[in-house]
Design a protein around this ligand. Structure first.
Ligand SMILES: *[C@@H]1O[C@H](CO)[C@@H](O)[C@H](O)[C@H]1NC(C)=O
Ligand SMILES: *[C@@H]1O[C@H](CO)[C@@H](O)[C@H](O)[C@H]1NC(C)=O
Ligand SMILES: *[C@@H]1O[C@H](CO)[C@@H](O)[C@H](O)[C@H]1NC(C)=O
Length: 234
């Protein structure tokens, strides 16, 4: 009986760890602007619907800046294609990402999705989205109003202008740090197909279940096995 319990315990952990190991996240760098229609369409209609399913495979790297210019290096003067509000909107994304990405990547992705569904990013929309996505609003607001917001927006400006090849449309999406036109075209058309062309189970080489539309069964089995172990104990 004892050895059976140990076996079940090992089994549970074995399944748990092998499930963890299968994730080799792909870094997805999105160069975009909050006021660019194609960018909003990408996040809300292509990326958003699949984020939840693929989040373990995704390291989302956001570069909000878009077709704007950073004019004065000393005074952080930005000129945005659609006016000053666009620069501020990009700063909100920049700050939320900068402050929370390392600790709460999922919440940041949801915050970006939430704000891009709104027609305008008014103050109330942003506060509401922060609350809905369980991000503390005050640090983000502080960053936007202080110099940090400009510093980090300027960093996005630098990354945008240094992109190879030169960016000709937004969003521009790099996978694992490289731009590939075919993947870009696929990603804006069918994000699931793009991510699935890149990820595979490192042990078996098979496509992960997420790509087949099936639910992730591994955590489910692991729960069943744990429950069995508990039952057998009595
Ligand atoms: C992307 O990079 C990660 C980390 O370096 C690696 O594990 C993964 O295999 C890469 N994926 C692709 C498709 O290159
Ligand atoms: C994105 O936001 C919309 C509108 O608020 C919501 O219906 C949808 O579930 C969100 N998607 C994700 C992946 O969070
Ligand atoms: C950026 O904006 C300028 C001026 O509106 C326009 O001529 C140019 O085509 C835009 N470039 C991109 C990549 O959207």
């Amino acid at each position: 009986m004892k050895s059976l319990q140990i076996l079940l315990l090992l089994c549970t952990f074995g399944v748990f760890f092998s499930a963890q190991e299968t994730f080799n996240p792909v870094k997805i760098s999105v160069y975009y602007s909050v006021y660019c229609d194609n960018c909003r369409a990408f996040f809300t209609a292509k990326f958003g619907p699949y984020y939840e399913r693929f989040k373990s495979w995704i390291d989302l790297d956001l570069i909000p800046f878009g077709n704007s210019t950073h004019k004065d290096e000393g005074n952080f003067e930005f000129v945005c294609e659609n006016g000053p509000d666009e620069c501020v909107a990009n700063k909100w994304h920049t700050c939320a990402n900068w402050i929370y990405k390392a600790r709460f990547p999922e919440e940041v992705a949801n915050f970006v999705n939430c704000t891009l569904w709104r027609d305008n990013m008014f103050f109330d929309d942003i506060a509401d989205c922060a609350k809905k996505c369980r991000l503390d609003f005050l640090p983000i607001q502080h960053c936007v109003n202080e110099i940090e917001g400009s510093i980090h927006l300027a960093a996005n400006a630098a990354r945008t202008s240094e992109h190879v090849p030169e960016i000709t449309s937004y969003p521009t999406i790099d996978f694992n740090g490289t731009f590939d036109q075919d993947l870009q075209d696929l990603a804006v058309l069918d994000f699931k197909a793009a991510i699935c062309s890149l990820i595979k189970n490192p042990d078996t080489g098979a496509k992960p279940d997420e790509c087949n539309g099936a639910l992730m069964m591994v955590p489910f089995y692991s729960v069943i096995i744990s429950a069995l172990g508990l039952l057998l104990r009595v």
